[in-house]
Design a protein around this ligand. Structure first.
Ligand code: ADE
Length: 238
């Protein structure tokens, strides 16, 4: 898959592309990641990309010309143009899966007060990473890129993301590694028992316990198996 980021601050992406799993995915050729400076498209003699809003008000607005020319120069027939804005759909794991199936994502990052409304005519979808306002879309583009890239075939093992939080509609179960006893905090016996069925049930129960405590909203919209209902009853009666 290919991801193209359109931004006014390409330098923000340097560390992101050059670190850990993302770096490996790029080096292995599993993801083609390009960062394009939208300022290089401006036709303004002072290199301006933003201007004062019609009607007045605070802040500057990104102008149509450099942004739309950057989109036109980057997109192909298989591209999906995603605008990063607090007004978009909120990112969820299911949307990350959906985005990971596209051939070419173009992530359009705003800065300052926002985009000229007419830019939206050139965009396929708008995405937000949460109900808060960032200074720009760049960190949101990194969040989306990260969530999507790790789902691309070959980047991490399938088992690694099948167990992820949200993949089965629950928060993930707790993990432990050596030592078995750390300052009196001990690893649950069942994980050392070698009894795979019991380990699976323990993990499911702990997932349910955490989800019920931290994100009860996830349980409300979820169809439960008989085992899950039984485990939830056990948790309630503890
Ligand atoms: N740009 C500014 N705030 C944002 C948010 N919450 N999500 C995506 N892009 C943004």
């Amino acid at each position: 898959m290919k991801i193209s980021v359109l931004t006014l601050f390409p330098e923000i992406f340097t560390g992101f592309q050059e670190t850990s799993i993302i770096k490996k995915a790029i080096l292995k050729g599993l993801v083609d990641y390009e960062v394009i400076d939208m300022r290089s498209f401006t036709e303004d003699k002072h290199n301006r990309v933003d201007d004062y809003p019609y009607g007045g008000g605070a802040g500057l607005v990104l102008m149509c010309q450099p942004v739309i020319d950057a989109i036109k120069a980057t997109r192909t027939e298989s591209s999906v143009v995603v605008m990063l804005t607090p007004q978009g759909r909120t990112l969820k794991q299911s949307i990350a899966y959906e985005l990971s199936t596209y051939d070419h994502l173009i992530l359009l990052c705003g800065h300052y007060e926002g985009f000229d409304e007419r830019i939206r005519h050139y965009v396929d979808m708008e995405m937000s990473i949460g109900d808060y306002v960032l200074t720009g879309g760049e960190t949101a583009a990194m969040v989306i890129s990260d969530a999507v890239i790790r789902l691309v075939d070959g980047v991490i093992t399938k088992e690694s993301h099948e167990d992820d939080s949200f993949s089965n509609g629950l928060l993930e179960y707790p993990h432990y590694t050596r030592p078995r006893d750390y300052e009196g905090l001990v690893v649950p016996d069942v994980l050392i028992s070698g009894h795979h069925e019991n380990v699976r049930t323990f993990r499911l129960k702990e997932s349910l316990r955490k989800t019920k405590r931290v994100r009860p909203d996830l349980l409300e919209s979820r169809e439960m198996t008989d085992l899950e209902i039984k485990l939830l009853h056990e948790i309630e009666n503890e």
